[in-house]
Design a protein around this ligand. Sequence first.
Ligand SMILES: *[C@@H]1O[C@H](CO)[C@@H](O)[C@H](O)[C@H]1NC(C)=O
Ligand SMILES: *[C@@H]1O[C@H](CO)[C@@H](O)[C@H](O)[C@H]1NC(C)=O
Ligand SMILES: *[C@@H]1O[C@H](CO)[C@@H](O)[C@H](O)[C@H]1NC(C)=O
Ligand SMILES: *[C@@H]1O[C@H](CO)[C@@H](O)[C@H](O)[C@H]1NC(C)=O
Ligand SMILES: *[C@@H]1O[C@H](CO)[C@@H](O)[C@H](O)[C@H]1NC(C)=O
Ligand SMILES: *[C@@H]1O[C@H](CO)[C@@H](O)[C@H](O)[C@H]1NC(C)=O
Ligand SMILES: *[C@@H]1O[C@H](CO)[C@@H](O)[C@H](O)[C@H]1NC(C)=O
Ligand SMILES: CC(=O)N[C@H]1CO[C@H](CO)[C@@H](O)[C@@H]1O
Length: 428
Amino acid sequence: MIIVGTIREHRNKREAFLCPVKKKMSRTQRMRFFTVFGAVIIIMLMYKFSLAKEILSRTQEYSVTGLPMRHQIKQNVTNKINSSTINNHGSNRSIYLEGNKSFQSLLAVSNQLTESSGIEDIKTILRNQLIEMKKFSSSIQTLSGPSALPVLRELAMKLYEPGHLNEEIDIQKICMHRGLSLRLLILITSAQSNFKERMSIRRTWMNYGSRQIVGMAFILGRTTNASLNESLNKENNIYGDMIRGHFIDSYFNLTLKTISMLEWADTHCPNVKFILKTDDDMFINVPKLLDFIDARYKNDRTIYGRLVEDWKPIRNRTSKYFVPYKLYNGWQYPPFTTGPAYLLTGDIVHELYVQSLNTYYIQLEDVFITGFVAKRLKIRREHANEFLNSRISLRPCKIRNAISVHKIKPREQYHLWRDLLDSTIKCK
Ligand SMILES: *[C@@H]1O[C@H](CO)[C@@H](O)[C@H](O)[C@H]1NC(C)=O
Ligand SMILES: *[C@@H]1O[C@H](CO)[C@@H](O)[C@H](O)[C@H]1NC(C)=O
Ligand SMILES: *[C@@H]1O[C@H](CO)[C@@H](O)[C@H](O)[C@H]1NC(C)=O
Ligand SMILES: *[C@@H]1O[C@H](CO)[C@@H](O)[C@H](O)[C@H]1NC(C)=O
Ligand SMILES: *[C@@H]1O[C@H](CO)[C@@H](O)[C@H](O)[C@H]1NC(C)=O
Ligand SMILES: *[C@@H]1O[C@H](CO)[C@@H](O)[C@H](O)[C@H]1NC(C)=O
Ligand SMILES: *[C@@H]1O[C@H](CO)[C@@H](O)[C@H](O)[C@H]1NC(C)=O
Ligand SMILES: CC(=O)N[C@H]1CO[C@H](CO)[C@@H](O)[C@@H]1O
């Protein structure tokens, strides 16, 4: 009895809900209703789509910085767009405005519809609404300059994975007795695939590493490419001179490589007198560098190199050195020594490491370490003309007076090494 009663009640309710609609709607009215309903759905879908496109185009713009691994950067920026880590009111505001605008245009459509609106009226209203929408979309596009980029302004510590794969290397060979009797440690940042570059250095100026007072090693990151990883393992089995950090190796992560270098030196070689940071496309005149150090043996808290002042951030997205305002909004960098080669006194390594982790990340490692971090720690930066850090004519006498020469191809290392040692060449 009770069951039958509730079923009947249900049916009655349904009929009460459906019947008046059925009765009131004529065929044309029903058509109009569904057309408007469909149009509203289409508008909502289009807004959703344009919103998605807006986000996508921003992340793409961000990645058009000439940085390799742009795919991964894009992925992470997209991942983080939803999280609160984005400190970007510009883009948040425009997305928010867009939402408000879409709500308003739906209201506008419904307000303009009357009982008597025909299909043609609805079409006109929708067309006008679409034109409005397009105008608004393009105004958002022009709004999204660099300031609207979803850029992550993060402390380096958030990005850096500390630690090294130390099982593969002979730490004593690179830095004996934690650097107590070591005068110079040369750490060469190297890209994983640059096997030829490493070989040419091993066969030339790296030979000085066999002296008791000089230690040398390459600094690399981690890779997810198993076959590349395997060939690096093999290379290290033979040479044991590659310090491999835990961070992922990429152009955007260059600064992490230098931080990794500082961490390793701080942990395993804290007593060394001087550290040269250099790259695998450099020729280093080690005897000249040792003379340079001997003349400054008593000095402390200094970075020597090619000092540049008044350098301004590059805001051109197509540049390799592009830095968005969100990462650094100053109009010029503090004085810094350029990245291909600079020399640190050993006493500042620990400070530099700790402070670098507490500094906002930018991918220009020289500006970051020898500019921002060193300035904060009040470390002197001194210009030395012998650091050429640029491509010069490779005449023997020029090389003999230089400490570092940039943009050297692997086969040129051999020529320079031979010229450096050739005692038949006399210079003034
Ligand atoms: C964005 O965040 C909201 C709420 O935090 C969540 O429901 C949604 O799934 C997230 N979307 C994406 C694409 O992660
Ligand atoms: C957007 O702004 C709202 C309120 O202003 C805030 O709660 C939210 O976290 C912001 N979202 C993003 C992605 O910045
Ligand atoms: C949406 O925009 C209109 C005007 O453009 C404004 O008056 C209204 O306050 C906005 N709504 C919200 C929720 O901000
Ligand atoms: C790369 O090789 C190292 C050393 O053998 C190993 O610890 C690591 O797990 C390897 N990584 C990958 C991605 O294969
Ligand atoms: C992995 O590294 C090898 C070289 O060792 C290269 O030929 C290959 O293209 C790389 N694979 C990917 C997916 O990058
Ligand atoms: C940089 O390194 C960090 C730490 O290993 C890693 O999570 C991140 O994916 C890397 N970024 C790029 C762009 O390679
Ligand atoms: C940005 O750089 C590209 C090439 O590097 C150049 O063609 C373009 O004119 C530059 N744009 C501006 C605004 O300087
Ligand atoms: C390529 C890249 O940066 N990947 C990182 C994206 O972010 C997640 C966590 O937020 C990391 O685990 C990935 O390594």
